[in-house]
Design a protein. Sequence first.
Length: 144
Amino acid sequence: MTTSLPVSYKTNVRSLSAKGHTMAFAASTLSALVALVFLLAGAQKVLLRNPVTANLLRLGVGSTMTRSIGTLEIVGAFGLAAGLWLRPLAITAAAGLTLLLIGAVGFHLRARDFTHRRHRSHAVAPVVLAVVTGTTMALLLATS
């Protein structure tokens, strides 16, 4: 005697499968976009481009530390990109970049940039990126 599954159960399984594929696609797409952002931002810091360097100097970050941060951002970007094939690597890279951004928020808090209209946009950027990178990490974890 064979039992067949109800049609509603089959539909729900297909729906869950489609949601899983959608989340995996979103995680991969977001990983690629975040990787591109950090590759470009890291290159600016490693090359000590003036607008970036001036703001970091104002925060008390010297050129050696600026280059180190840029290198970490580039490594994180490559980790996210390679994570398209090795998911644990992408999760680790996203976690590392999120922690790096939390450190950046700390520097902006110390400088009281959130209260100064002139520097507020510099202070908000790492907050937004931390949320996006943390969301990327959560999606990667959910789809691994």
